[in-house]
Design a protein around this ligand. Structure first.
Ligand code: NAD
Ligand code: MG
Length: 383
């Protein structure tokens, strides 16, 4: 039987790559739903090519605009509740979560409640509400298949050796665009430099997060929840070649790594075909081109976001949600030219320090903490 797929955020970097992978996999997959916030031209093009039953856009006005551009058999919806309704449809087997930021959380919860298979690229939802999501997934017997390349690597290693033997995770990262830039030069760099990652082509939010190393920081918390590890057993390693996508150490000292060309289509494809594997569109690794595999310790002084995430992870409760939401708001303001690059970690630190965290939070506590942190960060950015 064909796998029926909904892609949330189909017009973004992960979304476009997902459609590319599906085209490469052939007729075993059918697209039921595609969603975008505002890129209606691209969404209309995707709707004509993949003929989904339903598409979602952010507003009523955009829904009106896109209608004449898509096949008559495709329904258009808008509004937040519709996103949740899409993921619960009976003709959806697997949902790919490729929306960036906090907007993913509620539809993710709804998909798990509806018992859908989940391919999760969005990391912010797991960072903010990891305990609730993982608990809900266990309750509804839903397997969350990570798409983030590091977590896919760890997930693949753990399919070879059981988690009961896992003692440590080495979370690798290329170091981002600022690895070789002195800290006092950060604010003089144009935004284009910050947005141009040396190894991966990604959306704007995650590209800025890669430059501040908040991306790696969020990935520590993401790994903690996905693999049930204490954050003390997760070590970040800078690996500029980005050939090893993460490593797992086991009880006897044996280390397993997953390697491949730095191409998100590989972890995306594995999430779609899991537990099987298929031929596909991804280029093979050519070891004659790989001159060396090098590793460095991350610089916590140069990249304070790493330390902030450690603090938030240890405080737990609503703190990771506050970390995430204040980062999202600070990054948005940086992209809009309102604050300097070096202000991003300062704003997050300030918001975290003002937060009176709630332990064992409910989903509504988390959403409330996110709104509070967003507002606090917004005020600080406008000062
Ligand atoms: P992107 O900015 O390129 O795309 C985001 C998509 O989400 C777009 O389709 C956009 O229309 C949609 N969207 C944004 N805000 C929305 C909202 N409020 N409501 C509904 N839809 C909305 O982002 P991306 O780089 O593809 O990243 C997506 C997620 O995947 C992020 O959480 C990111 O951390 C994670 N991720 C991305 C990569 C990558 O290579 N790009 C790698 C690992 C993890
Ligand atoms: Mg990653």
């Amino acid at each position: 039987m064909k796998k029926r797929i909904a892609i949330l955020g189909s017009t973004g970097s992960i979304g476009v790559n997902t459609l590319d992978v599906i085209s490469g996999l052939g007729s075993r997959y059918v697209i039921t739903a595609l969603t975008a916030d505002s890129s209606i031209r691209l969404l209309a093009h995707q709707a004509r090519k993949y003929r989904p039953k339903i598409i979602f856009v952010g507003t009523e006005l955009l829904a009106k605009k896109i209608k004449p551009l898509i096949p008559s058999g495709t329904e258009v919806v808008f509004g937040r509740d519709d996103l949740s309704r899409i993921v619960s449809r009976s003709d959806v087997d697997l949902v790919v979560f490729a929306i960036s930021g906090s907007a993913c959380l509620i539809p993710l919860v709804e998909a798990i409640r509806a018992g859908k298979a989940v391919a999760l690229a969005n990391k912010e939802s797991l960072v903010s509400a990891g305990e609730i999501i993982m608990k809900l997934a266990r309750k509804h017997n839903v397997k969350i298949i990570p798409v983030d390349s590091e977590h896919s690597a760890i997930f693949q290693c753990l399919n070879a050796i059981g988690k009961e033997f896992l003692t440590k995770i080495y979370l690798t990262g290329s170091g981002g665009p600022l690895l070789k830039v002195a800290k006092d030069k950060f604010d003089s760099l144009p935004r284009n430099f910050i947005l141009k990652h040396p190894k991966w082509k990604m959306g704007k939010k995650i590209s800025v997060d890669s430059a501040t190393m908040m991306n790696k920081a969020l990935e520590i918390i993401e790994a903690k929840h996905l693999f049930g590890m204490d954050d003390k057993s997760i070590e970040v390693l800078i690996h500029p070649e980005a050939i090893i996508h993460s490593m797992t150490e086991f009880k006897d000292g044996s280390v397993l790594a997953q390697l491949g060309t730095p191409d998100m289509r590989l972890p995306i494809q594995y999430a779609l075909t899991y537990p099987d594997r298929a031929g596909g569109v991804v280029k093979r690794l050519d070891f004659s081109m790989v001159k060396a595999l090098t590793f460095l310790k991350p610089d916590f002084r140069k990249f304070p976001c790493l330390g902030l995430a450690r603090t938030a992870a240890r405080r737990g409760g609503t703190s990771p949600a506050v970390l995430c939401a204040s980062d999202e708001e600070a990054v948005k303001n940086y992209l809009e030219g309102r604050i300097r690059f070096s202000d991003i970690p300062k704003i997050i630190e300030k918001v975290l320090s003002r937060h009176a965290e709630i332990t064992g939070p409910s989903l509504s506590d988390i959403l409330k903490a996110e709104r509070w942190a967003q507002e606090e960060a917004r005020i600080l950015c406008r000062r």
